[in-house]
Design a protein around this ligand. Structure first.
Ligand code: CU
Length: 265
């Protein structure tokens, strides 16, 4: 009897091996993202995502961000859509003045969250530290990291369409001290008026302005570098499309949207 069991177990193990090997090679997919600063935030980050079905194990590390205010972190974009990080993300970069809808009193243009969403799309998932991770939690400020150094690790379930098209999407970190006054607070425009967040006029623009953006790319396998990829192609059409999608995304989580005509170009 004992001999019979041993043989059977060995046979089962032998049968199981190819299936296990198959699952290992095709059951999960790795992605990376390099987030570079926006609005001269000084913040940068890198992320690794291991996707198994709809479950995403996300690690995001970064530094140089504002210390002491919640940094909303989102996966942005319409799955399968033509999403990009803004082609210019910082003052002084070519074209930035045309993308930025607001200007500080000293003349420095600001890329607002809506300006950015015209390119990278609406919120697809919220990288909260606990609880809900849907777009409903896009501004759940009590559940986002608040330090200059980001050390985020969480496994979350993504909507199926987001999981299926992860490499068409982007990671964005929000909140930056635009005027360098040492706090996330009021910023005045040239007329001495405080500039509100383009998402919520009760918040200062510093609370939601993009601080870093990076494209999610499928990780190279076998040591082959896939390159950065994902640059803007048809800027006018993609921006308008992404803007429309962002509108839907923002409406979906109940945030009043304020956009002037011609803001997206
Ligand atoms: Cu966001």
């Amino acid at each position: 009897m004992r001999r019979f069991m041993t043989v059977t177990s060995a046979a089962l193990v032998a049968l199981a091996l190819p299936a296990a090997a198959f699952a290992q090679s095709s059951g999960s997919t790795d992605f990376t993202a390099e987030l570079r600063q926006a609005n001269n935030s000084g913040g940068s980050a890198e992320a690794q995502i291991t996707l198994d079905g709809n479950m995403a194990e996300i690690t995001l590390t970064g530094d140089g961000f504002f210390d002491g205010f919640p940094h909303a972190i989102h996966i942005h974009g319409e799955p399968g859509g033509d999403n990009v990080c803004p082609p210019a993300m910082n003052p002084g970069e070519d074209g930035f003045d045309d993308l930025a809808s607001q200007t500080m009193a000293d003349g420095t243009p600001i890329l607002s969250v809506i300006d950015g969403a015209a390119f990278y799309g609406g919120v697809a998932a919220s990288l909260t530290t606990e609880g809900d991770t849907s777009p409903d939690s896009a501004l759940a400020v009590e559940r986002f990291p608040t330090s200059a150094t980001l050390d985020y690790q969480r496994t979350i379930e993504l909507p199926e369409d987001v999981a299926n098209d992860l490499s068409s999407l982007h990671l964005v970190v929000h909140a930056t001290d635009l005027n360098g006054d040492g706090e996330i607070g009021p910023v005045e425009d040239g007329d001495g008026n405080q500039i509100p967040s383009s998402l919520n006029e009760d918040l200062p623009i510093e609370a939601t302005a993009p601080a870093a953006c990076g494209q999610i790319v499928a990780a190279a396998s076998g040591g082959i570098d896939t390159g950065a990829g994902g640059t803007a192609t048809d800027s006018s059409n993609s921006a308008l499309l992404a803007g429309a999608l962002a509108l839907g995304g923002l409406a979906a989580f109940g945030i009043t949207r304020r956009r002037r005509a011609g803001e997206v170009a």
